[in-house]
Ligand binder design. Structure first.
Ligand code: UDX
Length: 440
């Protein structure tokens, strides 16, 4: 099949490339000419395992190409995917201007029946707005081309995005038009394994499924973080509690890890947007989600709190090594990363920080700027030299089994404050280090 993918961010680029990988012809459109020029050279602007090789392979096979030409993109295919950004407004609601501009672009130039597929995470009711935008634009053109709008939210995780797209748990298709449904089924046939993955719903339910899934996952994390803070004070071990409750299949083991707060492009934004949509559109106060959000804000300050309890309120003259900046491993994404709050807290208290991240340091320099007191190291061990203590904000693999003897002899105080519970507390303490994990 032929597909137009509008937006070459995380969702658009991964979806477009994976759809090409199974034999479709995909044209990706973006308004950012610099980005398109780089992509045309086979350069992938994001760090995502396996993606660049897949992009190059499909470009070479003639199945994947890139353009800034809205008309060419609208003419190219019946299937028009919208995967542009929906950044939060100042008030927390999703900003739909890019989605609606994409819809307008399709409507201005479409030459026959089009299926417009919303892949961006958009509030409930957006498909109706897209529908209205296209209808109004067609009317201005004096054109009567038929079209259908479909909601097909994406559930990919950064760092595992290609795998998530190629082997989905479920494929949500919200649609009512029979022809559009048949086309979506055909398009996703290569991604079905063993049993049916496609869940067909109405459009609004599909839109809500995406938010409900992310809100549920964020809720699990805030719940576990709160439980961890309690366990710590009560002298219990959250790791044992996690295993104990996870063995109940109704709870399950996944996504129950306490830490220094959830970050990234999805959870914070989607929880906020859902609270906002509920209040504005439905007059409902989402009490659980408000608590999830404020618990997460508080959790991002937990590491700095541990530092202050160990080293005092005034951190002038102190220097801390910080391992991990990205909001999670296998990405360079710094959006809403807990490390940002930690860095701000420590600098405000007068400390110096020497940070190291295997992938995210360029991105960190870009988003943090160069505040005085913050430096970057070339390696994990270099960051530790001359530091009073080691702080950990991201669970990169290379941090999981450091040489503890070297750490002890290099640090000015043998202290590890670990926001990701990477180590066995008994082992680390036996080796002569003070260890402050989360909830144990
Ligand atoms: C998430 C959803 O998983 C994905 O389905 C959706 O489409 C987009 O949002 P992503 O933002 O890439 O994906 O990251 P994810 O791996 O889910 O982690 C989000 C945050 O939660 C990270 O900061 C991570 O450190 C934190 N987290 C995750 C925990 O603190 N504990 C956990 O047990 C799991």
């Amino acid at each position: 099949m032929k597909i137009t993918m509008i937006g070459t961010g995380y969702v658009g680029l991964v979806s477009g490339t994976c759809l090409a990988e199974v034999g479709n012809h995909v044209l990706c459109l973006d308004t950012d000419a610099g980005k398109i020029a780089r992509l045309q050279q086979g350069e992938v602007p994001i760090f995502e395992p396996g993606l660049e090789a897949m992009v190059r392979r499909n470009m070479a096979a003639g199945r994947l190409s890139f353009t800034t030409d809205v008309k060419a993109a609208a003419e190219f295919a019946t299937m028009q995917f919208i995967a542009v950004g929906t950044p939060p407004d100042e008030d927390g609601s999703a900003d739909l201007q890019y989605v609606l501009a994409a819809a307008r672009g399709i409507a201005q130039h479409m030459t026959g029946f089009r299926v417009i597929v919303d892949k961006s995470t958009v509030p409930v009711g957006t498909a109706d707005k897209v529908q209205a935008e296209i209808a109004a634009t067609l009317q201005r053109r004096g054109s009567a081309h038929p079209f259908a709008v479909v909601s097909n939210p994406e559930f990919l995780k950064e760092g595992a995005a290609v795998e998530d797209f190629m082997r989905p748990d479920r494929i949500i298709v919200g649609a009512s038009n029979e022809q559009a449904i048949a086309l979506m089924r055909a398009l996703y046939a290569p991604f079905q394994r063993n049993h049916e993955r496609l869940v067909l719903t109405d459009v609004r339910s599909a839109e809500l499924i995406k938010y409900a899934a992310n809100a549920m996952l964020a809720t699990r994390i805030s719940f576990m973080n709160e439980m961890a803070n309690l366990a710590e004070r009560l002298g219990a071990d959250i790791e044992l509690v996690r295993r104990g409750i996870g063995s109940d299949p109704r709870i399950g083991y996944d996504f129950l890890y306490p830490g220094c707060g959830y970050g990234g492009s999805c959870f914070p934004k989607d929880v906020k947007a859902l609270i906002r949509t509920a209040a504005i559109e439905a007059g409902i106060e989402m009490q659980v989600l408000k608590a999830v959000e404020s618990a997460n804000e508080a959790q991002k300050h937990v590491l700095a709190g541990k530092v202050r309890r160990r080293f005092g309120e005034d951190l002038h003259g102190r220097r801390f090594a910080l391992w991990g900046l990205a909001f999670k491993p296998n990405t360079d994404d710094m959006r809403e990363a807990p490390s940002r709050v930690l860095v701000a807290d420590l600098l405000a208290a007068g400390a110096e920080i020497v940070a190291y991240d295997p992938v995210a340091m360029d991105e960190a320099r870009r988003v943090l700027g160069a505040p005085s007191g913050l430096q970057f190291a070339d390696s994990a061990m270099q960051a530790v030299e001359g530091a009073d203590a080691l702080l950990i904000a991201t669970e990169w693999k290379e941090f999981r089994s450091p040489d503890f003897d070297t750490l002890r002899s290099t640090l000015r105080h043998p202290v590890i404050i670990d926001g990701r519970n990477l180590y066995d507390p008994a082992l680390v303490r036996t080796l002569g280090l003070e260890y402050f994990p989360i909830g144990r």
